[in-house]
Write a new protein. Sequence first.
Length: 249
Amino acid sequence: MRAMIIAGNWKMNKTNAEAVELARALIDVVGNREHPRVVICPPFTALSEVGKVLDGSRILLGAQNLYPAPSGAYTGEISPAMLLTTGVTYVILGHSERREYFAETDAIVNAKVKLALGSGLRPIVCVGEKLKEREAEQTERVVGGQIDGSLADLGPDEIAKAVIAYEPVWAIGTGKTATPEMAQEVHAFIRGRLMARFGGVADSVTIQYGGSMKPENAAGLLSQPDIDGGLIGGASLKADKFAKIVDSV
Ligand code: PEP
């Protein structure tokens, strides 16, 4: 059985005090959940303090990025070992905002994914098409290419530890959501692509949906056979909204 995972991507929001407050509020509402698995991804600066707050709860800590080298002269960057010391177990990689604003290519994402896995972190690998690409019926070509490139050189044992997040770029932070049927179609395509590359292990890979998921649309999306959770941006910044999404699994 594959794990159902609801993850909150806090992006560049929350000072340390605010992050601790939100983490405490989340522990009150979803801190004991075994199912679905709940992961929160605060900014780097708050990881350590939030990690301490989460200690003893079932909520897991995630990061939003890492640099693909173990250490060295990379000013401003963060290594896997640094993340591990704060209690991080998941790391979001290849988010569309990183691809768009920081020119992250599939090759860069692939290097990050490999180092994350080699360091014992579970990557949440983001893929998704832009509006123009969907309109030009290029969704499968684009998403298939991102899957192949971001997961290059991995084996079945490694893919078993990864999570994929399908996030249509046109749905992120826009209030526009893919319908459950539209999302399911792409999720099934992704699973088929993983199956062709890695074999039966693809059946156990969690594929999250992301893009304006909120309490009002979560149940419909999460009831689709190939949608195994959500990567939540805006709605993860409010404990009550996030808890409602967790509850709708
Ligand atoms: C995201 O950034 O991963 C995301 C899905 O954001 P939002 O939920 O705000 O669309």
